[in-house]
Every structure is written in structure tokens, then in C-alpha cells.
Design a binder for this molecule. Structure first.
Ligand SMILES: [Zn+2]
Ligand SMILES: [Zn+2]
Length: 725
């Protein structure tokens, strides 16, 4: 073939290499299209990033593209974002781009969701026409005759063999028409009337031209969603599209219905991991084509292509799930804000307990405009009263007398109760009363958790499980005890104390999937349950009008945590849980059991004073040189072999210490879980006051590691702005 006839294109491939790859292409091809290319002995999917470029390689070394697909996946705007993300998070550009490619396309399947049709006879179809069909075409005649009396769907047609061929024939001869079946939209619901605070916020944001970032700080129950909806209403008027990001656990059918019933003539799609692959691809394409005007999605949706995106919104900004914890470790908030900037559109984040990062940027650096909702949207609803009660010291009676009385009082009035337990530090472990032995996981440095109903011990970090021991592995003592309260133990006690109450335990054993969770919410709404006992999955954005008492048991572990964000998380979690109580007109109550009722953090939670909490927390972070006052990064390493790991981190640390830079590096440390799933782990922290400097430093570190021989024996990753340690 004549080399001059083809052009050179740069292609992003899903491999851990920092560069794009040069290929020859003799077909017409554009930026964003996807291609199949030879790579070594394999055929891989690649995304065209640049066309018609010059190459430094000899032409005969450059391979030819195997196939060009006609679908274009991304536009130029997104490539700018990808380059920013790859550089900021120190992740190979090809892999960064492929993070945003729907997995179905990566698997080489481009077919989206199958559409359902209904078939109708056209005016041309008549008994005379059917009479004219060849007599041996019995099935064709059968279908046509039935269609003359009534329309048919695919399920009805499937009873006839070769129905597709016959229908195709009828359609091609204009005898039958097909119409796509779309699910019925829920009842239309009119917009609620905003209170003065809400409408002021809507007006302020509506005035924005171009990029501006907003933080809506609204107490729980202040009607943030209603504010988003009013904004969306004005934004999508002229074919505009809006992206609404929410935490995975909040993206429920109820939320989708709420949006759909408000905007019942608009196309709304969701993007989250519970969708089937074909549905997800279909929704992604509807966003790309501009047909879907509202896209509700989890963190990954920040990379969705849009035709005419006019605003990016993020609800529950404080939620940890917005930060990806493997591979490309991006934070959807920071990527979303950058994308809004590149597109010159507004970015709107909201939370009752914003992260210290965004709060600092809004309050101190004025990079976001802070807008506050200080009243509950339902005028009769007020914030719940919070009582701090000393924890019961009796292991067999985990609930304090105060809480027991409070529960009885609520049950007497047919109201609902939520008992919230922090999983960590609370799980029951197996303990030998004579030698002190505890059952550990062999693969992780953690204790195994007792699951009594299954007579099992289970590791909550790697899912290892085995039958419960009948005797101590150290001394043979058969008198083994279970330490720690645990959800099951508390459920038992509640059942004993309140024999008539309908109690439901909510944890990984009882709620296995989204369907179970939806059922649970339905039962709560219909008052088929009186008491819920559970862990954090209950704490987020659901309204239960009959829930008036929340009991929180022993949250104290956060007070001793080595993670500097533990206090922030505890505050946020408890305020969110407390916010579940008393959404309607009955005054809610929250009882927090603690060993330290006088602790300043609990006092702040008691007054639900976020501003006061944030002020002190930020002051402390400033003094201790913690984010958001410094930028952090972490080199996380793991290996099955401890020697390799130690040699690796020692070499890395030496290299880092010798680099001429103002970035501070701390000697390698073993994390809280030294061993996880059979891997030894070690971390090196870095911090700096200067983002650019930190970024350069990390690039150099990355080149150094890539050139190290030992690096293939160790798994390593750079985590920029880490939130988990
Ligand atoms: Zn023992
Ligand atoms: Zn384990």
C-alpha cells in the first residue's frame, strides 16, 4: 500500500504507558472515534485523540489501524479534561481516557439496549391484500390477519415461527408500522412553592453567566433538591442539559421518579453501576446525543459526553463515594469543577455538612459562593433535640435505661425508631477468657467478626470465612466469649425488651442488594416496621415521616482515630443520621450514647452547629498542617513478599529525599491494616503548599519507579488528595 495515502493518528490505548500511540489510517477518521488496532500480538480498542499528525517514528514501523468504528465517543472538550485529570492524578493518559469509555464498548459490543416495539396494521392492509399472499405462507397470513384485528407486541408475535422475517416483509411493503414502546411516565407533580431563602438562592444562581462555583449549605430537610429542581427547570429550557451527581446509595428509583414526575415531558436518564450494561450504554448515548436533558449519575458520570451541558450539580458533596478508591483515583467534585470551568458553565454543590476542603475554598478562599439554607422546608418541622447520654457499661444490656425509655415512649405513640451503630470497633470478636487469644484473619491484620446466626467467623476486609471455633486455638479452653455489641446482639436485646415491636436489622447479612433496600424503605413508609437497627447505609437522604427517634450507640472510636478526618466524618455522619428524625411535624429526638458526653465535638453535634464545628476544625488543621491547608499525596505499595516491599519503599524514599524540592516526604509507614488480603502494605506520605511543585515531584517519582527493576514485584499506586489511609 502507498504510505503517503494514509495519515498518522494518535490513539489512546488502555495500557499503563504515559504516551499515546501512532498508527496509520487510510480511512476518513475524526478525533473521538474509536478504532481497533494491533498491539503486540493482540487487537485492542483505541480512541483517536489526534489526527493528521507528524510522527518521529520511521513510517514502516507504524502499524495500520484494523478497523474504524463510525461512533464518535468524545469531543475536544472532554480530551482537555482527560489531559488535566491524567496529569493531576498522575495516571497514564490512555488509561484515563479508557476509564470514561462504557465497558460494553470496551468489550467490543456496541449494541445498546434492545428496543421494544408494538406493531400496527397500516391503512394499506386489508383482507383483500392478505388474500393475494401466496397460499403456502401460512404464518405470514396468520400474523397479517391478527394484526388487522388488533396491534401486537413482540411477545405475542413470538408464538409464530419466523415472525421477524414476516414482520419485516409487512413493514417493507407499507402494510404494517412499528412504534417504540416507552415506559409510562409517573404522574406529573407541580413545583413546590419555595420559601424566601430557597428562592433567593435560585435567583442568585440563575443570574450567573459563564463559570461560577456555588456551595449550597443547607441544614438537613431544608429542601435542597427542590432548589436543584427549580434551577434545572430554567436551565433546560433551550435544549440545555444538566448533570446531577449523587452518591450511589442515594440514586434510588424514588429519586428518579421524583425527577421524572416533575419534568414529565423531558427525557431523564440515570447512570450508575446497578444498571445493566446495555441500559447503561443506551443512557450514555442519550446524554451524548443531547436527547436526555437531565442525567442523574454517580461519580463516573462526571466523564459523560454531552451535547449541550449547561450546569453540573453535586448533591451530598461530603460523601466519600465521590472519590474513586482504585485505578484512576479521581474526586468527582474536583473533576466536575474543572469541567464546569472548561465549559464555562456553573458548578453547584450542596450538603448539610460540606467537606472541609470545599468549605475552606468557599469561606476562606472565596473560590465558591456560599449560599445558606437555615430553615427546614416543611415549616412545622424543626431540627431534632439531641441528648448526650453516658454509654451503658453492662455488656449484656447494651442500651442505656434512658434510651430504652425513649424507645418505649415512641412505640406507644406508633412512631418509628432507628438505632444506629457504627460498624467499626463495634463488631463482635471471639475472645478466650483464659489466655486472651482472639480470632484473627490469616490474610489481613484484623479480627474476625462473629456472625452468630450462621455460626461463622468472617473477615470484613477480605470476606474470608470459616466455622466458629469451639475451643481456643492457643490454649484449648472451650469457654470462648463474644466481645463487642454488634447489630445482632442489639437486635436480640430489643426483641426481648419490646416483644411486640416489629424489628428489622439492616446490615450486609439482611440487605444484599438494591431490591432489598427498596423493600425496606417501602416497609418503613407503610409503617410495617417499628424499629430499625443498622449501620451507615441508613444515614443518607431518605425521608421517613414517622421516624421520630434516632439512637446512636458508641460512636467514640472516631475520637481515638489516627485519621485526621475522623472528627469531620463523625460530625457529618451523626448530623446526617440525626437529620432522619422528625422530618414531618412531630418533633424528633436523637439520643447519642457516649463515654464522653462533655467532649467538645459532641457538644457541637448537639447544637448541630456546623459553622462552629468547621471553624474550630479548620483552625486545628491549619495549626497541624493538614489539608486543606497543605496538599497531600501518597505512594501506596503492597506485595506478598515483605522483603521486596521493604527494599522497594526504602529505594523510593531515598530517591524522594534526595530530590531538590520543597515537597516534604515522611518515612514509609505501615497502615492500620498492615496486611490486607494476603498483601503486606506500606505507605509514603508527601505534602506541599504548592500544587504545581507537588505535581512535578510526583512525575519524577513515577519515572523513577517505572525504571526500577523491582517495581514489577510490587504493586504501587499514587493517590493524590487521598481520603483513605
Ligand atoms: Zn486461650
Ligand atoms: Zn481478611
Amino acid at each position: 500500500m502507498n504510505l503517503k495515502e494514509s495519515q498518522i493518528i494518535k490513539v489512546a490505548i488502555d495500557v499503563p504507558v504515559d504516551d499515546l500511540f501512532d498508527y496509520r489510517c487510510s480511512e476518513q477518521v475524526d478525533v473521538g472515534q474509536f478504532v481497533v488496532v494491533p498491539f503486540g500480538s493482540r487487537k485492542l480498542i483505541g480512541i483517536v485523540v489526534e489526527v493528521d499528525v507528524n510522527t518521529t517514528l520511521p513510517l514502516n514501523k507504524i502499524k495500520e489501524v484494523i478497523r474504524v468504528d463510525e461512533e464518535s465517543l468524545f469531543n475536544t472538550e472532554l480530551f482537555k479534561l482527560f489531559r488535566f485529570v491524567a496529569s493531576y492524578y498522575q495516571y497514564p493518559i490512555g488509561q484515563t481516557i479508557h476509564t470514561a469509555v462504557p465497558s460494553r464498548i470496551k468489550q467490543g459490543v456496541t449494541r445498546g439496549k434492545k428496543k421494544n416495539y408494538i406493531f400496527n396494521a397500516s391503512n394499506n392492509l386489508s383482507y383483500e391484500v392478505i388474500h393475494g399472499f401466496p397460499k403456502n405462507q401460512k404464518n405470514l397470513i396468520k400474523i397479517a390477519t391478527q394484526l388487522l384485528t388488533q396491534p401486537m407486541n413482540e411477545i405475542e408475535l413470538k408464538t409464530v415461527s419466523n415472525w421477524k422475517k414476516h414482520i419485516e416483509y409487512l413493514i417493507n411493503h407499507d402494510l404494517v408500522t412499528q412504534v417504540e414502546i416507552t415506559p409510562e411516565a409517573p404522574q406529573h407533580s407541580a413545583p413546590l412553592i419555595l420559601n424566601s431563602e430557597q428562592s433567593e438562592i435560585v435567583e442568585q444562581i440563575k443570574k450567573t453567566k459563564g463559570f461560577e462555583a456555588f456551595l449550597i449549605h443547607g441544614i438537613t430537610g431544608s429542601g435542597k433538591t427542590e432548589v436543584y429542581m427549580h434551577l434545572i427547570d430554567s436551565l433546560i429550557k433551550n435544549e440545555g442539559q444538566v448533570l446531577v451527581m449523587v452518591p450511589e446509595i442515594n440514586l434510588t428509583p424514588q429519586l428518579e421518579d421524583r425527577f421524572q414526575s416533575r419534568f414529565h415531558t423531558k427525557k431523564i436518564v440515570s447512570l450508575h453501576s446497578h444498571l445493566s450494561q446495555p441500559d447503561r450504554l443506551e443512557n450514555w448515548r442519550l446524554a451524548k446525543s443531547g436527547e436526555a436533558q437531565i442525567v442523574i449519575g454517580t461519580r463516573l458520570s462526571v466523564f459523560t459526553p454531552f451535547k449541550n451541558l449547561t450546569a453540573i450539580m453535586m448533591d451530598e458533596e461530603h460523601d466519600m463515594s465521590f472519590k474513586q478508591q482504585d485505578n484512576l483515583r479521581y474526586h468527582a467534585r474536583d473533576v466536575g469543577m474543572m469541567r464546569a470551568k472548561l465549559l464555562n458553565i456553573p458548578f453547584i454543590a450542596g450538603s448539610a455538612t460540606p467537606s472541609m476542603e470545599i468549605w475552606h475554598r468557599a469561606v476562606n478562599e472565596k473560590k465558591l459562593k456560599l449560599l445558606s439554607l437555615t430553615k427546614r422546608a416543611n415549616e412545622d418541622a424543626t431540627l431534632p433535640r439531641v441528648d448526650l447520654i453516658k454509654t451503658s457499661q453492662d455488656l449484656d444490656e447494651p442500651l442505656s435505661t434512658y434510651l430504652k425509655d425513649a424507645i418505649q415512649h415512641r412505640l406507644d405513640q406508633q412512631q418509628q425508631v432507628l438505632i444506629f451503630i457504627n460498624r467499626r470497633g463495634f463488631a463482635p470478636v471471639l475472645f478466650c477468657s483464659s489466655c486472651g487469644w482472639q480470632a484473627d484473619c490469616n490474610r489481613c491484620s484484623s479480627k474476625l467478626v462473629v456472625h452468630k446466626n450462621k455460626q461463622q467467623l468472617r473477615c470484613h476486609h477480605c470476606d474470608y470465612q470459616r466455622t466458629i471455633d469451639s475451643s481456643c486455638q492457643e490454649c484449648g479452653n472451650v469457654d470462648l466469649m463474644t466481645l463487642g455489641k454488634g447489630t445482632q446482639k442489639i437486635e436480640e436485646q430489643l426483641a426481648r425488651l419490646f416483644p411486640l415491636a416489629r424489628i428489622k436489622r439492616v446490615d450486609r447479612d439482611t440487605i444484599k442488594n438494591k431490591k432489598d433496600l427498596d423493600q425496606l424503605y417501602a416497609d418503613m413508609h407503610d409503617q410495617k416496621l417499628d424499629i430499625l437497627v443498622g449501620t451507615q447505609m441508613l444515614s443518607k437522604g431518605h425521608d421517613f415521616p414517622h421516624l421520630t427517634l434516632v439512637g446512636i450507640l458508641d460512636a467514640d472510636h472516631a475520637l481515638y482515630s489516627s485519621d485526621f478526618r475522623a472528627g469531620e466524618r463523625l460530625f457529618s455522619q451523626l448530623v446526617q443520621v440525626a437529620g432522619r428524625s422528625g422530618r414531618a411535624s412531630i418533633k424528633g429526638e436523637v439520643v447519642i450514647e457516649t463515654n464522653f458526653p462533655e467532649h467538645p465535638l459532641y457538644k457541637k453535634i448537639q447544637s448541630q452547629d456546623f459553622n462552629g464545628f468547621a471553624k474550630e476544625e479548620l483552625q486545628l488543621r491549619k495549626e497541624l498542617h493538614f489539608p486543606p491547608f497543605v496538599m497531600q499525596a501518597m505512594l501506596k505499595t503492597e506485595s506478598k513478599n515483605k522483603k521486596y516491599l521493604e527494599a522497594f519503599v526504602t529505594q523510593c524514599f531515598q530517591f524522594m529525599s534526595n530530590l531538590p524540592s520543597k515537597v516534604t516526604c515522611f518515612p514509609p509507614v505501615r497502615p492500620y491494616l498492615e496486611r490486607l488480603q494476603g498483601f503486606e502494605r506500606s505507605h509514603i506520605y508527601m505534602q506541599s503548599n504548592n500544587r504545581t511543585e507537588l505535581n512535578h515531584f510526583l512525575s519524577e517519582l513515577r519515572s523513577f519507579i517505572s525504571a526500577m527493576k523491582i517495581s514489577s514485584r510490587v504493586k504501587w499506586v499514587i493517590d493524590v488528595d487521598p481520603v483513605e489511609f
